[in-house]
Design a protein around this ligand. Structure first.
Ligand code: GLN
Length: 501
């Protein structure tokens, strides 16, 4: 028996365990933040919060989550060109932990600095750790690699499940900054574990990609290092100016402009591919499908990612969470999505395989449509729940749990399917860029989620309670209609997809 099977992890290379636990702790810190950020920003000063208005806090939250996904693009690029995947993950982890520790200091300045650091660190860690997972398997072992990714996804959701329970409890019951610190301790565990077991990764992602001669490579790396240095300096300068109050930024305006900017960029990108890149008509049709799916993916995430904002605020303000005289922290409900993923994803995997065996596997656009419709039904539940809230007072958390059940079902219909559709539809030479573009749809969704959630404003709702059910009803209609549009478009899209399912 050789070393790699000797030290196997659930029948997979031992290196998968290294990545599983690193990602588990990284997601622990990320989802710990997601559970408490909006609650902290909107909490009154007397409650230790920042007393930021609902719409501004939701915009900041939307921008933060948008940047996390946008920075996956330069993060992946830097790993390829300069650091290599393994080192990028290590540096990313350290920066994330520093971000959390910065937030553990009870000052507004260190809070915002911490958010910037987490965005930078996650951009370096998240895309690259997934690439190492892929690299652990030889190219021909595609089924085993898929199984490896499923295990890895469990690590993600294990972190996502535990984090709100621990970080949320500390933040809401003991003090917000204990929560931020705990997320940092988790990330630190992850980094230490990573370093101690990094040897099992072997040389997968140990070096940047080799192009050209050693000489050329050295000079290019030097240029990139200088560029990274200048970028860091410029960013530090900007952060300093904002913190000193020399430059004031309005998060709501920036969020609206960013949405327009992403849309414009992506449109230009697709037009460029269509008109200026040498591609066969077949390939252009397939890329057309990616562009269509992009729009629906962005719509999906702009509903789904309200979990950390509007739904979280709903949990805090309008649910009755008292169990035997003790009030459960609102953030605990943020665990529900991950818990449902852990329970449901094996069932979904089996369902798709079973349907495929009977030649009944739905086509990608149908799965996307289902995803949107489930998301819409989830928001329908919220509309009903808020109708109860304004007529009869706080509701039980079961409403939110039911909403998250529908949302998770939608996520499982759309999220993994979208990723694999991109890899199948994109011509080989464009897979990397298309993946990056796909992440932009998630970034855009996160941002719009922040803007939509900003519509939930406690004072306005107090004056005009119907606002709450109206908002959720509108989201329901919008997403369900989007789902049906996709069903109507199913035939022409299927034609464009040609041999792809
Ligand atoms: N929950 C998954 C993760 O954190 C996927 C999130 C997403 O793609 N928006 O990795």
């Amino acid at each position: 028996m050789n070393e790699s099977t000797d030290k196997a992890f659930l029948g997979h290379p031992r290196g998968l365990a290294t990545l599983f636990f690193t990602e588990m702790w990284e997601r622990f810190s990320y989802y710990g933040m997601r559970a408490i950020l909006i609650l902290y920003m909107t909490a009154a000063i007397a409650d230790g919060g920042m007393a930021i208005s609902d719409d501004e806090a939701a915009a900041i939250y939307g921008l933060y989550t948008m940047f996390v996904y946008l920075l996956a693009l330069p993060g992946g690029w830097l790993a390829d060109k300069l650091y290599g995947l393994q080192k990028a993950v290590f540096i990313g982890g350290i920066i994330i932990a520093l971000g959390h520790f910065s937030m553990a200091i009870p000052l507004d300045e260190t809070f915002f600095l911490g958010l910037v650091l987490i965005v930078l660190g996650t951009g370096l860690l998240k895309p690259n750790i997934s690439s190492i997972v892929g690299g652990l398997y030889p190219l021909h072992e595609s089924a085993r690699r898929d199984a490896g990714f499923s295990i890895f996804y469990m690590g993600i959701n294990l972190g996502g499940f535990i984090a709100p329970l621990i970080v949320g409890y500390l933040a809401e019951e003991i003090g917000w900054h204990w929560g931020f610190g705990a997320a940092g301790v988790g990330m630190l565990f992850g980094v230490i574990q990573y370093k101690m077991t990094q040897k099992y990764l072997g040389d997968v992602g140990a070096f940047p990609e080799r192009e050209g001669t050693e000489e050329q490579e050295k000079s290019m790396q030097k240029k990139i290092r200088v560029a990274v240095f200048i970028f860091t300096l410029a960013l530090a300068g900007l952060v300093l100016l904002v913190l000193l109050g020399v430059v004031t930024i309005n998060p709501i305006t920036i969020a609206s402009y960013s949405a327009a900017a992403i849309l414009t960029l992506v449109t230009i990108y697709f037009l460029y591919i269509f008109f200026f890149v040498q591609l066969s008509t077949e390939n252009k049709k397939k890329i057309g499908v990616i562009a269509i799916l992009f729009v629906f993916s962005a719509i999906f995430w702009s509903g789904f990612e309200q979990a950390g904002s509007s739904l979280n605020l709903f949990a805090a303000r309008y649910t009755d969470r008292v169990i035997m005289g003790w009030e459960m922290p609102a953030s605990w409900l943020q665990s529900v999505n991950s818990l449902f993923i852990i329970i449901l994803s094996p069932m979904f995997g089996a369902l798709w395989i079973n349907l495929a065996r009977r030649q009944m596997q739905p086509y990608t656009p149908v799965k996307f449509a289902l995803g949107l419709i489930f998301l819409g039904i989830g928001f329908g539940v919220m509309a009903l729940a808020s109708w109860y809230v304004i007529n009869a007072g706080d509701v039980l958390p079961t409403w939110l749990i039911l909403t998250y059940l529908f949302h998770t079902t939608g996520e499982l219909c759309l999220s993994p399917v979208g990723l694999s559709a991109v890899t199948k539809l994109a011509p080989k030479k464009l897979v990397g860029q298309m993946m990056g573009t796909w992440f932009m749809s998630i970034a855009l969704g996160n941002l719009v989620a922040g803007l939509v959630a900003g519509e939930i404003n406690e004072e306005e709702i107090a004056a005009n309670p119907d606002q709450l059910p109206d908002l959720f009803t509108n989201i329901t209609l919008f997403t369900v209609v989007a789902g049906f549009v996709l069903l109507i478009l199913y035939k022409p899209i299927k034609k464009l997809m040609q041999d792809i399912h």
